[in-house]
Each structure stands twice: as structure tokens, then as C-alpha cells.
Ligand binder design. Structure first.
Ligand code: CDT
Length: 314
């Protein structure tokens, strides 16, 4: 018998600098309730969902930076979201900024958690592919300071048995890297959740907006198909204090097809009843890893980061 899980992606419209956590959590709860009313059992919220996308701002004062971080999860403002989800019996995925005391030092990460129907955190992932730069670039219209504000995640790409399936998490820029999906695929992942904050404008290159959206979906559709997994992706969208973020939240089947897609650049719920067995035929035929992977030829992928072109020739 097919295993169906109705999953919602809860796209979040702009969160401005002036918006406080309590108002954002109220919006998340409204999205959660809407998703539940439509039959969703799992709701995927976006990356850094509780605040504006603050890595666009250069901040020199550590206290100002730390105001965007959570010390506890759930914490004073997020407890209401946990309570409501538990009351409704709905699981959720949430991205936020984490300030942790570990090994006698303060650490800052860009994580996402998976919370089950009973309100328990059953999985946590800390973002590994941090894009952008660490130094101030005063000559561009906005910054992308993830490399300054966060450490590289130290928990690996993990999948967990939860919500009746094998669930994986990655975050935003991770979705552009085939390695992300393959490491999850090697754990038999059936559904990958992710949130993203993707600026509409590429400060490094004059790239048409339609390509931003095309590349957003391209990597996720490939990752879904090549690993026989569902992908549920929730964007932060719209103009945050004048800085555009693409929307395009979507649910992608293991066939690589987009089966649901957000229409707006605002708070919006999309949902789909995902057959968690749908990827089985892909995993057992064209992408039967056990039969067809040739790991003796993949060594460069873990030995080398940058490109080393062949020597000699013309
Ligand atoms: N949040 C995040 O990872 N955003 C990146 C922007 C890359 S441009 C510096 C993304 O891959 O969408």
C-alpha cells in the first residue's frame, strides 16, 4: 500500500528589519493552521524564517548581530509555534539563526530543525554550503555575509526516520550542489526539506531574473530525480526593505517534475499528498546505486575542492 504524506511548503513574504519575532511567529502559525486545514501533516518553513535576511547587512557590533540569533529552540517567541503544531498534530521544519555555547565557546550557525507531530525535535541540520563573503564590500548594493556571521555546519547531511518516511534537510545554497543530494540519497532519503533566501539580483554578475528562478528549480529537480526523492522547498519572497528575494516555492516529485508551485511573492501555502514510495522505481532501476555507482572513479570529489585543469597540450 502506498505511503502518502501530505506536505505543505509555507512560503513567507517579506520580513522587514522593523518586524519583531512575535509578529513573524503569528504569521507562521497562520500558515501552519491554513496548511493543517488543507490536510497537511508536515509544514516546511523557510531558511532564517524568524527575521529579515540579515546577512545582507554589514554589522560591526556583535550585540547587534546576535539580536538575530536564537539561544534556545523552542525559545520564548517560538514556543507558541511548537504548542500550536503539537495541538494540531502537525510536524514542521523551521530554519533560524542559532547561537550555541559548545565546548566552552560561543558558536553561530544557520540551522534547520525537523519537529515531529508530538512537538519533539527529531532532526537538526546546520548549513554546510555557506555562500557569499566574510569581508565588507562597500561598493555593492547589499552584502551576503553568511561566511562572516555563521560557521560551516558540523552535523553533516543527515536523514532521519520520521513522519512515516526517511526525511532529509538541507538549506538554500546546499540545493545547488549535487553532493548534498547524493549524500542524502545514499541514506535512502524519501523527502528532502529545505528553505531558501535567494536575492532576485546577483551583485556579482548581471544575470536576468528569469535565470535566477530557472537555476533555483534546476538543481532541485535534478537532485530529486537523481536520488528518487521528493523535494519540498519553501522560499522567503518579495521585497524586504527594498531588497528583492525570489519566490518560487515548490514541491518536486522523485520524477523531477514540479507538482505544486507558489504563485505569489507573499505568505502562501502550497501542498501535495506525496507518495513516499514513488521514488522506489527510480532507486531500483536507473539510479540503483548498489548496482551502478562506480566509486573507484569518484575520488576527485572528496580529494579536491577547486578545479585543476589537465597539464600540457595547446
Ligand atoms: N541564502 C542563500 O544561501 N542564498 C544563496 C544566494 C547565493 S548568492 C551569494 C542561494 O544559493 O540562493
Amino acid at each position: 500500500m502506498a505511503r502518502y504524506l501530505k506536505v505543505a511548503a509555507a512560503q513567507l513574504g517579506p520580513v522587514h528589519l522593523a518586524d519583531d519575532r512575535a509578529s513573524v511567529v503569528r504569521r507562521l502559525i497562520a500558515l501552519l493552521c491554513e496548511a493543517h486545514a488543507g490536510g497537511a501533516e508536515l509544514v516546511v518553513f523557510t531558511e532564517l524564517a524568524l527575521t529579515t535576511f540579515f546577512p545582507r547587512y554589514w554589522m560591526g557590533d556583535q550585540a547587534e548581530i546576535d539580536a538575530f540569533f536564537e539561544r534556545r529552540m523552542p525559545g520564548p517567541e517560538t514556543q507558541a509555534l511548537f504548542d500550536e503544531a503539537k495541538r494540531l498534530g502537525v510536524g514542521f521544519h523551521l530554519g533560524y539563526a542559532e547561537l550555541a555555547r559548545e565546548g566552552g565557546r560561543t558558536r553561530r550557525f544557520n540551522p534547520a530543525i525537523l519537529v515531529d507531530r508530538g512537538g519533539e525535535i527529531v532532526g537538526k541540520y546546520r548549513k554546510i554550503h555557506l555562500p557569499g563573503h566574510a569581508e565588507h564590500r562597500p561598493n555593492v548594493p547589499f552584502q551576503h555575509l553568511e561566511k562572516r556571521y555563521f560557521e560551516v555546519g558540523d552535523l553533516g547531511f543527515r536523514a532521519w526516520r520520521a513522519m512515516g518516511g526517511i526525511m532529509g534537510v538541507c538549506i538554500c545554497n546546499d540545493r545547488r550542489w549535487p553532493e548534498t543530494f547524493r549524500v542524502l540519497g545514499l541514506q535512502g532519503v524519501e523527502l528532502v526539506m529545505l528553505g531558501y533566501n535567494t536575492p532576485s539580483f546577483n551583485v556579482a554578475h548581471d544575470e536576468p531574473v528569469h535565470l535566477r528562478m530557472f537555476h533555483n528549480h534546476l538543481g532541485m529537480q535534478a537532485g530529486a530525480y537523481q536520488n528518487g526523492t521528493w523535494v519540498v522547498a519553501a522560499a522567503k519572497a518579495g521585497e524586504e526593505d527594498g531588497h528583492g528575494l525570489i519566490g518560487g516555492s515548490c514541491i518536486i516529485a522523485p520524477t523531477g517534475e514540479i507538482v505544486a508551485r507558489a504563485l505569489s511573492e507573499d505568505d502562501e501555502v502550497i501542498a501535495y499528498a506525496c507518495d513516499l514510495d514513488l521514488g522506489d522505481y527510480i532507486k531500483s532501476t536507473i539510479f540503483n546505486f548498489e548496482q551502478h555507482r562506480r566509486i573507484e572513479h569518484y575520488g576527485l570529489i572528496t580529494r579536491q575542492t577547486g578545479v585543476v585543469p589537465p597539464e600540457g597540450g595547446e
